[in-house]
Design a protein around this ligand. Structure first.
Ligand code: PHE
Ligand code: CO
Length: 296
């Protein structure tokens, strides 16, 4: 979701959405009647796997959110039911979409406290890895933290920032912030490092890798550095950034970014696995296994 180019839907998105339409803002009714028993079984399997892994790995705010949302462990949730809990907690709403939507539309939804959720679920042959987001990633990964007031405000502010960054031509920089926080963020707690990024929380193998592997770097949150850091979208991350709490994230991103964009626009991009002088190093990655993947 980092550009406004016309989206070319991948095959699975096309197949799942055959015969369905969406409104001008890309929202649609959640087509509950399309879920098969196999779909519900996929949800149950993924949910059970993550719930076995996440206690002690996911941050408390996520675990609390899952519980307060009363997410069904066995069947794909009906958005209207989740929306009652969400509305009451933070005023957010889920809206169903067919898949990835154009960036400007996505930002507009976030800015209005609507979170777009892909309605369909991955197929059993792709249980572990899927390039495009599905309902398990979008809903299980992202929505529980929207029950947290500070995080909920952060995501809305990001949406507003997206509209602005687009006008300034700085979207590549802002998109990296989303990636390294909302999708792949780690958080420091008195009990140890925990996960809050949805891309990690919705992935069994990355939930373990992000916290326990010696391979990736784990560096302290640094806004301007993050906005120049390249990332992997086709493999596990080489670097994770660690916040101390959600207030820190909200405060650091509260100022007007216009001068920030100007300051860093001409700086070199930082390769995904680099550690720089001045980085707050929580763990220096061994880089083991990276030789197999080309540098991002
Ligand atoms: N404060 C940022 C701006 O003025 C917007 C923003 C908020 C960006 C939160 C990211 C996260 O551009
Ligand atoms: Co996501």
């Amino acid at each position: 979701m980092d550009n406004t180019e016309e989206f070319v839907a991948p095959d699975v998105t096309m197949r799942k959405n055959a015969g369905l339409t969406h409104a001008a803002d890309y929202t649609m009714r959640q087509p509950l009647e399309r879920y098969t028993e196999e779909d519900h079984a996929t949800w149950a399997k993924l949910y059970a796997r993550q719930l076995a892994l996440l206690p002690g790995r996911a941050c408390d705010e996520f675990m609390d959110g899952i519980q307060q949302l009363e997410v069904d462990p066995l069947r794909i949730p009906d958005f209207t039911q989740l929306n009652q809990h969400l509305m009451q907690a933070t005023g957010w709403q889920l809206v169903a979409v067919h898949g990835l939507i154009p960036g400007d539309i996505f930002f507009e939804h976030l800015a209005n406290r609507r979170f777009p959720v892909t309605w369909w679920i991955r197929e059993p042959q792709n249980l572990d890895y899927l390039q495009e987001p599905d309902i398990f990633h979008d809903l299980f990964g992202h929505v529980p933290l929207l029950m947290n007031p500070v995080f909920a405000d952060y995501v809305q502010a990001y949406g507003k920032g997206g509209v602005k960054a687009q006008a300034l031509g700085s979207l590549d920089m802002l998109a990296r912030l989303y990636w390294f926080t909302v999708e792949f963020g780690l958080i420091n707690t008195p009990a140890g490092l925990r996960i809050y990024g949805a891309g990690i929380l919705s992935s069994g193998s990355e939930s373990m890798y992000a916290l326990e592997s010696d391979s990736p770097n784990r560096l302290g949150f640094d806004l301007l550095r993050i906005m120049k850091t390249r990332y992997r979208y086709d493999s596990f991350q080489k670097t994770y950034f660690v916040i101390d709490n959600f207030e820190q994230l909200f405060k650091a991103t509260e100022p007007d970014f216009t001068p920030y964009y100007e300051e860093i626009a001409n700086k070199d991009e930082i390769p995904a696995g680099d550690v720089l002088d001045g980085d707050l190093v929580i763990h220096r990655g061994t880089g083991e296994g990276w030789a197999l993947t080309e540098d991002a």
